[in-house]
Design a protein around this ligand. Sequence first.
Ligand code: NDP
Length: 247
Amino acid sequence: MTVKNKVIVITGASSGIGEASAKLLAQHGAKVVLGARREARLQAIVKDIEAAGGTAAYQVTDVTKQADVDGLVKLAQTKFGGLDVIFNNAGIMPSSPISALHTDEWDAMVDINLKGVLHGVAAVMPIFTTQKHGQIITTSSVAGIKSFAGAGVYGATKFAVRNLMEVIRMESAQEGTNIRTASLYPAAINTELLHTITDKETKQGMDAFYKQVGISPEAVANVVNFAVDQPEDVNVNEFTIYPTKQA
Ligand code: NDP
């Protein structure tokens, strides 16, 4: 089974990497189920996908709430008759130096970037374990494989989800449940992510950097499509995606 006809839940699907992935996967025949908080955006994206001949549905979802993520997965099952893949992609990056003590933003990053992924895992694990098939793809970051000054807590959440994906892969191999996992480590991708930075100095620096080197979210969507397209006994589990201009 390739991408065609797979049922794929995508969080953080209202813009950027999630939106690009939803559109590309639908173009390749997947049935995509989009979750995020901004309903008007989700509605418009689903309309675009359907206008292009694809199949999609959406549900307003806040990944900090287990019940919301469970509901999104349930929608996939009821509307499209099953679930093959979850793409845990929702995330925020309000980066700042630790010494600035933006502790509310630390909490928000843990709640969305880490606990949001755990909610996705908890929602699909019973389904994937029972059907002995399934794929969990998570957007980590290059900040999940190396440290960046100014991205201490963001990086902590992204290192954490990387570990989570690898452990799920290993345990599934031991338990014989055929659950595949993949972590994506994108570098500078031009999306709305920098809007979440409130620290003025950090924002200025990142805006300038992204303007110089950033690439489009379709670059990541292509990798997601590749991962989903692999044969069921093949787990391609780690991808870095760099702009050629980024050192
Ligand atoms: P965007 O800001 O364009 O997309 C972020 C998505 O996450 C939006 O759809 C947003 O939707 C959603 N989101 C945020 N909070 C929540 C929440 N509580 N519940 C549900 N959805 C939520 O940025 P990107 O596309 O760049 O970000 C996608 C992922 O890629 C993130 O995990 C980010 O950390 C990661 N990443 C991005 C890089 C980049 O350079 N852009 C580099 C490395 C990793 P809404 O506001 O409607 O809820």
